[in-house]
Design a protein around this ligand. Sequence first.
Ligand code: 5GP
Length: 202
Amino acid sequence: MPHKRKGMLLVVSGPSGAGKGTLCKRLLAADANFCFSVSATTRGPRAGEQHGADYHFLTEEVFQARVDAGEFLECAMVHGHRYGTPRREVLAMLDAGRDVLLDIDPQGARSVAAAMRDCVTVFILPPSFEALEKRLRHRGTEEEAEIARRLANGRRELDQLCSYQYAIINDAVDEATAQLLAVVTAERLRTVRFFPQIPQNL
Ligand code: 5GP
């Protein structure tokens, strides 16, 4: 039966170092209907990060002007910097039938879940705190104080786990990717996203 599908909003959160970024990249590579919502942030770019692809890197003033203009679906202060999800782009992609992936923190996830009832929320967990610390150090993108701050925030973020619909432990990345893809497959079949076009002659 021919049908029209509404785009799915997939919200992925988890502590820094849990491997969210890798899982998000794998989902985007495996599924052409997904697109990534590029957030705005006031933090500076890390080596290799590109403006417009990883984030829209904004000054405090420009970020605040966008907040005042209502341009963010949600925004939050995370690890001492501001981050925001662009409202217009996300809604336009969903309207066009694209699935949209948000990699945002639990405060943002809560706001999005309140505003967009059909969204799907997934929390990515590290296998242990030791593993989290090791990954953050191995990544080598943060200073020591920033690592300590992200670890402390990670412990607090774990308290939010129960407000998510799904939890994936990222112990082995292939298995975690398969689990994320399984969530997407199941969620696509939910009747809320499915509008069958019943032929008039039935
Ligand atoms: P990072 O600085 O490591 O790229 O991201 C730090 C945290 O900010 C991550 O937990 C990431 O999910 C979150 N984040 C990224 N973009 C947004 C956003 O637009 N809104 C919110 N609330 N959090 C975000």
